[in-house]
Design a protein around this ligand. Structure first.
Ligand code: UD1
Ligand code: CA
Length: 461
C-alpha cells in the first residue's frame, strides 16, 4: 500500500549557527529539504506532509510545491511532538506512515523502498532504518536484546556503555498507522532534553509485545544527519562524488572530479571534458564534445555541441551554438546568444546581444543590447555605448562589418552590412552599407620635431 510520508522540518537547527532555517541551507545548489522531498516523492506516496515551525513561511515559499501538505508546529518540543501536529493530516491514511527528517539529504528513494518492503514483510509495528557509524557521536543508539531492537537512547541520555554502541538510529521510520496514532499520546518528556522523543515509540512497541523491525543501511553516508556546517560540507562532498560518478559513467571526462561541481538539474553530453575547478550550475545543458577549461562557471545556460570554453570564463543565462569558442576570461551575461562558430575572446563582455555566425570579438570589448550579424569583426577595445545614464539603447551591426579597434558605437545606431568603421571612431550616426565611418582629426607630421626636442632638453641640463 502507498505510504503517507511525514517530513519533520520545524527545528531551528541551532548547531548551524545561522539566521537561515536549516531546511533551507543549500546542498548541491538546492535547499536541504528539496533533496528529502525528491527521495520521498520517488516512492509514489499517498500523501506528503511537511511539519514546519521555524521560518515556516520562508520554507513554504522556497519549496513552492503544491503536492505537499503543510502543518505547523508552533513550539518545537521534540520529534514526537512534531509528529503529533500531523495527526489530523494522517489519521485517515490507508497505508503505512513513514517519518523522515529534513536534515538527511543524502537519503535515496531506493532505501526508502527497502524500508517499506521490510515493513510490509515483517508486519512490525515499526520498522526503523539504522546504520553502523564509525563515529556515532550525537546520534541515538540502537539498543538490541536477544529478540532484536529493544529501544533507542539519545546521546545525552545514554550510559557510557550505550555510547559505545555503533549502530545508530537514522531517524527514518515506517509505522503501522494505528500503532503510531495510539503511541504518540503516550510519549513523555522525562529525558535529558525535556522533549517528546519519537524514537521512544520503539520501546513502547516492545512493551506492547509488538515486533520492531530494523533495516541496516550499509552506507552510513546515506543517512548522515546534517547538523552543522561541517556536516553540510561532508554531505556536499558525497553529493558531488555521486553526481560526478554518474556523469563519468555516462561518458563525461573529468580531470579532477573532486574539484568539479555539476548541479543536480544540469545535463552533460557525451565526450564532454571538464577540467579542474569547473562549475556547471542550475539548469545548464551542455551538448556533446564540449571542452570546458579550468576555472569556468556556467549558470542556467544552453551550450550546443563542439563548443570550447577556455579558462576562467563566466556564462550566465546565455545560449552558445555549436563550434563557438569562448574565453579565456570572457563574460557572457544574461541574454547573450552566441551563434555558430563565433569567437568571444579574452576580457570581452556580452549582455543581451546576439553575435552572428562566424563573427569574432576577440579582445577587450563590451557588447550590450546589440544585434551583430554574421562574419563581423569586432576589433580590440570596441564598446557599444548602450546607456546614456537614463535609458538603454540598441546597436545593430549588419553582416560582414569590420569594426576597427578602440571605437565607440553610441546607441541607438545602425551599421549597414559590409561597412567599415575606422579604428578609434566615435560613431554617433548610422553608417550605410558598404560605407566607411570615420571620426578622427587628420594626422599631422612635423619633420625633425623629436630630435629638436631632444637637443633642447640636453642644453637645459
Ligand atoms: C534525531 C533522533 C536520533 C537520530 C537522529 C538521526 C530524536 C529524539 N532523535 O536526533 O535518534 O539518531 O535524529 O539524524 O528524534 N524537528 C521538528 N520539531 C522538533 C524537533 C525536531 O520538526 O520539535 C525536526 C528537525 O527539524 C529535524 C528532525 O526533526 O529535521 C530531527 O531533529 P534533530 O534535532 O536534528 O534531531 P537529532 O538530535 O539529530
Ligand atoms: Ca539531526
Amino acid at each position: 500500500m502507498k505510504p503517507t510520508i511525514v517530513i519533520l522540518a520545524a527545528g531551528l537547527g541551532t548547531r548551524m549557527k545561522s539566521s537561515i532555517a536549516k531546511a533551507l541551507h543549500p546542498l548541491a545548489g538546492q535547499p536541504l529539504i528539496r533533496h528529502v522531498l525528491n527521495a520521498a516523492f520517488g516512492t509514489d506516496p499517498e500523501q506528503v506532509v511537511l511539519v514546519l515551525g521555524h521560518q515556516a513561511d520562508k520554507v513554504r515559499n522556497a519549496i513552492a510545491d503544491s503536492r505537499v501538505r503543510i502543518v505547523l508546529q508552533a513550539e518545537q518540543l521534540g520529534t514526537g511532538h512534531a509528529v503529533q501536529q500531523a495527526v489530523e493530516a494522517i489519521s485517515s491514511s490507508p497505508g503505512p506512515i513513514m517519518i523522515l527528517c529534513a536534515d538527511t539529504p543524502l537519503l535515496t528513494t531506493n532505501t526508502l523502498k527497502e524500508v517499506l518492503a521490510l515493513h510490509e514483510k515483517s508486519r512490525a509495528a515499526v520498522t526503523l532504518l539504522t546504520t553502523a557509524m564509525p563515529d556515532p557521536f550525537g546520534y541515538g543508539r540502537v539498543v538490541r536484546g536477544k529478540s532484536g531492537v529493544m529501544r533507542v537512547v539519545e546521546e545525552k541520555d545514554a550510559t557510557a556503555a550505550q555510547r559505545k554502541i555503533q549502530e545508530v538510529n537514522a531517524g527514518i521510520y515506517c509505522f503501522e498507522a494505528k500503532f503510531l496514532l495510539s503511541s504518540l499520546a503516550l510519549l513523555g518528556k522525562n529525558n535529558a532534553q525535556g522533549e517528546y522523543y519519537l524514537p521512544d515509540t520503539i520501546a513502547l512497541a516492545r512493551k506492547k509485545k509488538r515486533s520492531v523491525a530494523a533495516l541496516l543501511c550499509s552506507d552510513p553516508d546515506e543517512v548522515m544527519g546534517v547538523n552543522s556546517r561541517y556536516d553540510l560540507s561532508r554531505a556536499e562532498a558525497v553529493m558531488r562524488q555521486r553526481t560526478n560518478r554518474r556523469w563519468m559513467l555516462e561518458g563525461v571526462t573529468m580531470l579532477d572530479p573532486g574539484t568539479v561541481f555539476v548541479g543536480s538539474e544540469a545535463s552533460l553530453g557525451r565526450d564532454v571534458v571538464l577540467y579542474p575547478n569547473v562549475r556547471i550550475e542550475g539548469r545548464t545543458k551542455i551538448g556533446d564534445t564540449c571542452v570546458i577549461y579550468p576555472g569556468t562557471r556556467i549558470v542556467d545556460s544552453v551550450i550546443a555541441s563542439h563548443v570550447t570554453v577556455k579558462d576562467c570564463s563566466v556564462i550566465e543565462e546565455s545560449n552558445v551554438a555549436s563550434r563557438a569558442i569562448i574565453g579565456p576570461f570572457a563574460h557572457l551575461r544574461p541574454g547573450a546568444m552566441i551563434e555558430e562558430a563565433a569567437h568571444i575572446g579574452n576580457f570581452v563582455e556580452i549582455k543581451k546581444s546576439t553575435i552572428g555566425k562566424g563573427s569574432k570579438a576577440n579582445h577587450l570589448a563590451y557588447i550590450g543590447d546589440a544585434t551583430v550579424g554574421a562574419d563581423v569583426n569586432i576589433g580590440a577595445g570596441v564598446i557599444t555605448c548602450n546607456y546614456d545614464g537614463f535609458q538603454k539603447f540598441q546597436t545593430v551591426i549588419g553582416d560582414g562589418v569590420f569594426v576597427g579597434s578602440d571605437s565607440q558605437l553610441v546607441a541607438p545606431v545602425t551599421i549597414g552590412r559590409g561597412a567599415l568603421i575606422a579604428a578609434g571612431a566615435t560613431i554617433t550616426r548610422d553608417v550605410p552599407a558598404e560605407a566607411l565611418g570615420i571620426s578622427r582629426p587628420p594626422q599631422e607630421i612635423r619633420e625633425g620635431f623629436a630630435s629638436r626636442r631632444r637637443k633642447m632638453k640636453q642644453k637645459k641640463r
